[in-house]
Ligand binder design. Structure first.
Ligand code: ADP
Ligand code: MG
Length: 313
């Protein structure tokens, strides 16, 4: 439903977004992950029609940002990186102001207000000036201004940055709830955040998309190492012999566990599956196995390897 095609943004001579392509389907919660300066905010500002692309196109349903920015803005709720609050206003006055800007007035506003404060857990603070609220509550107000017009799409730029651990959990829960009824794009430089919230992850680095897929798919696609974990009654010397006999299986870890058993980890290239060879070797030696299982590398390792080299964090 949202499609970015060969999207480019230059700031003077700096190419902040470098010909990116991806699609977001209806109902998806997409994590837009990348280190600082990767181009996340710039991309989100173009989708929300706050910045014009240098080249390429963005379409939202059947509308194109170049011709139909008003229609697109009406479909999107946006929480920018710096929460755009008027601190002297009360929560009620601020939401009324935001709603009026979107031509939601009178009874229509009262109904939208009621639904919104319920969803965002703001009931107790509606009469309070925003500057008196905690950071977590301010962020709830930020989310409230983004959903007051009941948009189908929610775009959140680093929505938990600057919050304390408890507030982070609360805001994530809220985003999860909102994600049940909306398409959500959420940017973050924190892997755990997108892991906790998102169906799909797009990783951007230096203006380029370097990965796109579900967590499981990314880990599988981008890992160039697989691990085989054994619990076995063989010694370190015995196991080193496996590496000597099957050179592509490298013994990378060894530790005693219980009785005569040890835990050993072999690394190998997934395209050259050494598991049958190792299994046959063990069978021939008549060793006893308690465990024999494969492990993929973690998404954390994938993220680091995709964004660290010459990275800008
Ligand atoms: P992110 O949100 O991933 O941290 P940004 O989209 O903010 O990244 O920035 C991408 C790149 O564009 C960075 O190199 C940043 O310094 C540059 N940049 C962002 N905004 C501007 C601007 N208004 N003028 C010039 N350069 C900018
Ligand atoms: Mg940013």
């Amino acid at each position: 439903m949202i499609r970015l095609e060969n999207l480019v943004k230059d700031y003077g001579t700096v190419r902040a977004v470098d010909s990116i392509n991806f699609e977001i389907n209806e109902g998806e919660i997409l994590g837009f992950l990348g280190p600082n300066g990767a181009g996340k905010s710039t991309t989100l500002k173009m989708i929300t029609c706050y910045l014009n692309p240098t080249a390429g196109s963005i379409s939202v349903e059947n509308y194109n940002v170049a011709q139909h920015s008003e229609e697109i803005k009406a479909m999107i709720g946006y929480l920018p990186e710096t929460n755009p609050l008027y601190l002297e206003m009360t929560v009620y006055d601020y939401l009324k102001y935001v709603a009026n800007m979107r031509n939601i007035e009178g009874n229509e506003f009262e109904a939208a207000f009621k639904t919104t404060i319920k969803k965002c857990g703001l009931k107790e603070v509606v009469a309070k000036p925003i500057h008196t609220l905690s950071k977590g509550y301010k962020q709830r107000v930020g989310l409230a201004q983004a959903i007051i017009h009941n948009p189908k799409i929610l775009i959140l730029d680093e929505p938990t940055s600057g919050l304390d651990p408890n507030q982070i959990v609360e805001i994530r829960e809220l985003i999860k709830e909102l994600g049940k009824e909306k398409t959500v794009i959420l940017s973050s430089h924190i892997l755990q955040e997108v892991q906790a919230l998102c169906d799909r992850i797009v990783i951007i680095n230096k203006g380029k998309i370097v990965a796109d897929g579900s967590q499981a798919k990314l880990t599988e696609d981008y890992s160039n190492k697989a691990r085989l974990i054994l619990q076995i009654d063989a010694s370190k010397e015995d196991l080193s012999q496996i590496s000597a006999t099957i050179p592509s299986a490298k013994l990378v870890s060894f530790k005693p566990i219980l009785n005569n058993f040890n835990e050993a980890i072999f690394e190998y290239t997934p395209t050259n599956d050494v598991r049958p060879d190792i299994f046959n070797y063990i069978k021939e030696k008549d060793w006893t196995l308690l465990e024999f299982h494969r492990d993929y590398i973690s998404l954390e390792e994938v993220f680091r390897s995709l964004t660290l080299e010459g990275g800008n964090q």
